[in-house]
Design a protein around this ligand. Structure first.
Ligand SMILES: Cc1cc2nc3c(=O)[nH]c(=O)nc-3n(C[C@H](O)[C@H](O)[C@H](O)COP(=O)(O)OP(=O)(O)OC[C@H]3O[C@@H](n4cnc5c(N)ncnc54)[C@H](O)[C@@H]3O)c2cc1C
Length: 408
């Protein structure tokens, strides 16, 4: 081969700078929280497919920050991680966005770790290819600050992921040319209460006038959207201790911490009746109806997120009792597991369903059989709540009086 042909083939050979899927793990009181294991499970499935399709050896890398967190690492391997990078430091004992962001960014930019994790990429690694965070209060904030620091993009509240090669033609990104993008993470998020999917792509600018690369392709993942893989105690992985650089003066210090429990105790109650915007035609009267219904069932009351923003005018008493954040069921509120869940006039958006899908039995009352809540329901009653709930109340009262007559 002549010298010039050889140089040409070297320059044509694309050197990949982005490798691996990093999963940012959250833990609470010494336990990895469920969504972190769910993310690892999905990461495992995606990267197994990825490696067989692209004939590569990219890894699922779990990242854990905290104090005394080494003990969590082996379990992360049994749940699908190939490697675990942990940073153990007193200052990392409790989640704090500013310091956690800095440490995760240090880890993401550190090519030296590759010497242990995957020496084959040591000389070319620049940043992770993909990055997952939990779509909870901590992860949503952290994902935005980390991805901003890494100069990349973020898709929030994702519940479906696919890796594929796509031909894209775009005025801005590709200057109107059709260009093939490889190994793109298609990030799907449910919008309009789950009636519509939005696909979000984090694409490099390939327009010669504005060339720019965006990696990692990052997202936050809705709790409950994916399943963990089965724990395999025989799985082997690499565990790497990372010494973070925490030398700057921290603006926020945590001297002590008290976790405030929610005012509503959903943990011990067996029945929950939740309502949503279906109460809109007569909010005051409909909430009273639901209150009576729940009282007869001995149930606690939950709501959907929009109700906590107080969209309807109701009396002060009902407003302060029910239209409150503590009653929200879903990713932005409580995750509950009652024996019976009654969903009244709510559509079953994926963020809501993530909070109630573990209920043993679900009955829903809704005017629209195309509402996604039907997929979660054991019994779906099609009808207006104003008509259905009074019938149920009447029936329960009848049953109760016949029981009390029989027992007297
Ligand atoms: C980042 C993020 C986080 C979120 N977190 C949460 C969360 O934790 N929890 C949550 O709940 N939502 C959450 N949401 C909002 C979620 O996406 C939905 O918008 C919301 O759950 C919809 O509320 P809804 O079911 O009350 O209203 P809608 O979607 O408007 O549904 C109303 C339902 O009532 C039915 N209906 C109408 N009239 C009647 C009637 N007379 N009788 C019976 N049925 C009737 C309709 O058919 C419809 O199905 C989140 C959204 C985002 C973007």
């Amino acid at each position: 081969m002549s010298k010039s042909t050889n140089q040409e083939s070297i320059s044509n050979h694309k050197i990949e700078k982005y490798r691996h899927l990093y999963v940012i793990i959250e833990h609470f009181e010494g336990q990895v929280i469920p969504v972190s294991l769910e993310m690892l499970g999905e990461a495992r499935r995606l990267m197994d497919e990825f490696n067989s399709k692209y004939n590569s050896t990219e890894k699922v890398v779990a990242v854990v920050l905290g104090n005394n967190v080494r003990k969590l690492c082996d379990d992360l391997v049994t749940y699908g991680a190939d490697s675990v990078i942990y940073a153990d430091h007193e200052e990392l004992k409790y989640p704090r966005n500013d310091i956690d962001t800095k440490v995760i960014v240090q880890i993401a930019n550190d090519a030296k770790i590759m010497k242990i994790i995957s020496p084959e990429y040591e000389n070319t690694f620049v940043k992770p290819r993909y990055m997952f965070f939990a779509a909870d209060n901590i992860g949503r904030h952290l994902s935005s600050t980390v991805l901003a620091e890494l100069d990349s993009g973020l898709a929030s509240d994702i519940n479906k992921l696919v890796i594929s090669d796509l031909d894209i033609r775009h005025e801005h990104k590709t200057k109107g040319q059709s260009i093939r993008y490889e190994k793109i993470l298609e990030m799907y998020r449910p919008d309009f209460s789950g009636f519509l999917w939005t696909t979000i792509l984090c694409l490099d600018n390939k327009n010669p006038e504005i060339l720019r690369e965006y990696h990692p392709q990052g997202c936050s993942i809705i709790p409950g959207a994916f399943r963990p893989i089965e724990k395999d105690n025989l799985r082997k992985g690499t565990i790497v201790e990372y010494s973070p650089n925490i030398d700057q003066e921290l603006k926020i210090k945590i001297l002590n911490r008290k976790v405030i429990k929610r005012t509503i105790d959903y943990e011990t109650c067996k029945i929950v009746v939740s309502f949503g915007r279906g109460i809109k035609d007569n909010p005051e009267q409909n909430i009273k109806l639901i209150e009576e219904f729940a009282h007869l069932l001995g149930a606690e009351i939950g709501i959907t997120l929009p109700l906590s923003k107080k969209p309807y005018q109701v009396s002060q008493n009902l407003d302060s009792k029910y239209m409150i954040a503590d009653r929200v069921i879903g990713t932005s509120g409580s995750k509950i597991t009652p024996t019976l869940y009654v969903a009244v006039g709510l559509s079953g958006a994926v963020q809501h369903v993530a909070g109630m899908k573990e209920s043993e039995m679900v009955i829903s009352i809704n005017t629209d059989e195309n509402s996604p809540i039907i997929d979660e329901s054991d019994i779906f009653i099609k009808g207006r709540m104003e008509e259905v709930v009074p019938i149920l109340i009447e029936q329960i009262k009848k049953q109760m009086s016949s029981i009390s007559v029989r027992s007297s």
